[in-house]
Design a protein around this ligand. Structure first.
Ligand code: PLP
Length: 389
């Protein structure tokens, strides 16, 4: 009989991917589904990026490359980190991975082992705790709430640090809440990280999607002591509408990058060679696609906020980044999974339950979809909530 290894038995499949798949299947059956479940921009990859990958194909960039990534891409990433984030890294400090997800997974596999604790504020991105578990470590979940802007405080972080703590996961802008930590808040968290001498991984995948001119400060840029303890994860999926390309990266100390390279050399090897040339074009080419998508997201955010605020029983914080609204449904006193399942079955509206992000009483609505779907879907949501209260 087939026995699955404990390592995989200990984790659950991604609920966000499962719900998105169910919504897609319902759509394929011809049902009029309004989906707010997407974790990806609804835009096509900009043409100049596609052209660069096509050209690389034509030039024969179709062979194995270095497992850690094309040297030209690692250089371009180093330059981006200097320019955008005021971080000094050489190409030797960077490894190119199959998406941000892969960079975080390889990091956990390289840094975390049995007995190690990893501090994760909740609501969290679904894969963090599972990656820690896969690596044999112990996720330590720290709850945050709407009143506190879904931010972990320095006191909370300090309180959860033990001699076993090895890593703290910081995600700003955040999925699922859209929270962006202010520079002062980042500095205060950095002080705790330095004092406890632990690692922090800064997941900056939504860096380019922010509203109302809120600044983005990379924790490693605060000073040498923070820099020495920082591992930075980022990627091309969200900023450049390149989700299917599967390109991300991790920046950190050379010894760690070397170890991650060893792991990668025995598992995935290099990221698709010609795709990496698209990524170089993304970094070095015109950046106006970011603003164009940003305007669309900002407009949708306003429409979504207005609609949610007009539904009695629902409340939410104004997201300052990413493309999600994290809506509090606690007034309705129903488990988030039941709420989302019934909403999908009765009204054909797909959302993600807070329980997937380690927090009850809320649901996540992605606005990486067109305005027409947003308007129709939110009317149905309003009718659904009315029928329940
Ligand atoms: N980190 C967060 C917070 C995310 O939401 C995602 C994607 O949904 C990722 C990392 C990984 O993105 P990718 O592997 O597509 O680069």
């Amino acid at each position: 009989s087939l026995t699955i290894a404990d390592r995989v038995n200990r984790v659950t499949p991604s609920m966000t991917l499962a719900i998105s798949a169910k919504a897609k299947a319902m759509k394929a059956e011809g049902l009029d589904v309004c989906s707010f479940s997407a974790g990806e921009p609804d835009f096509d990859t900009p043409d100049h990026i596609k052209a660069a990958a096509k050209q690389a194909l034509d030039q024969g960039k179709t062979r194995y490359g270095p497992a850690a990534g094309e040297p030209a891409l690692r250089r371009a990433i180093a330059q981006k980190l200097q320019q955008d984030n005021d971080l000094c890294y050489g190409p030797e400090n960077i490894i190119v991975t199959n998406g941000g997800k892969h960079s975080l997974y390889n990091l956990m596999m390289t840094l975390i082992g049995p007995g190690d604790e990893v501090i994760i504020p909740a609501p969290y991105w679904v894969s963090y705790p599972e990656m820690v578990t896969l690596a044999g470590g112990t996720p330590v979940i720290v709850p945050t709430d709407l009143a506190g802007g879904y931010k972990i405080t320095p006191e909370q972080l300090r309180r959860h640090i033990t001699p076993q703590t090895r890593l703290f996961i910081l995600n700003s802008p955040s999925n699922p809440t859209g929270t962006v930590y202010s520079p002062e808040e980042i500095k205060a968290l950095a002080e705790v990280v330095i004092e406890a001498d632990i690692w922090v991984v800064s997941d900056e995948i939504y860096e380019k999607i922010r509203y109302d001119d809120v600044p983005h400060l990379s924790i490693g840029a605060i000073g040498p002591e923070a820099y020495q303890r920082t591992l930075l994860s980022n990627g091309f999926a969200k900023a450049y509408a390149m989700t299917g390309w599967r390109i991300g990266y991790l920046a950190g100390p050379v010894e760690l990058i070397r170890a991650m390279n060893t792991l990668q050399s025995h598992s995935t090897s290099n990221v698709c060679t010609f795709a990496q040339y698209g990524a170089i074009a993304a970094l070095e080419g015109p950046q106006d696609c970011i603003a164009t998508m940003g305007h669309a997201f900002a407009q949708r955010r306003q429409v979504m906020l207005k609609a949610i605020h007009s539904i009695p029983g629902l409340s939410c914080a104004t997201p300052q980044g990413a493309f999600y609204l994290y809506v509090d449904i606690s007034a309705l006193a129903v488990p988030s999974l039941d709420f989302c399942s019934q909403l999908l079955e009765e009204k054909y509206v797909a959302t993600i339950p807070g329980v997937a992000f380690g927090a009850e009483g809320s649901i996540r609505l992605s606005y990486a979809t067109d305005l027409e779907t947003i308007e129709r879907g939110l009317e149905r949501l309003a009718a659904f909530v009315r029928s329940r209260s």
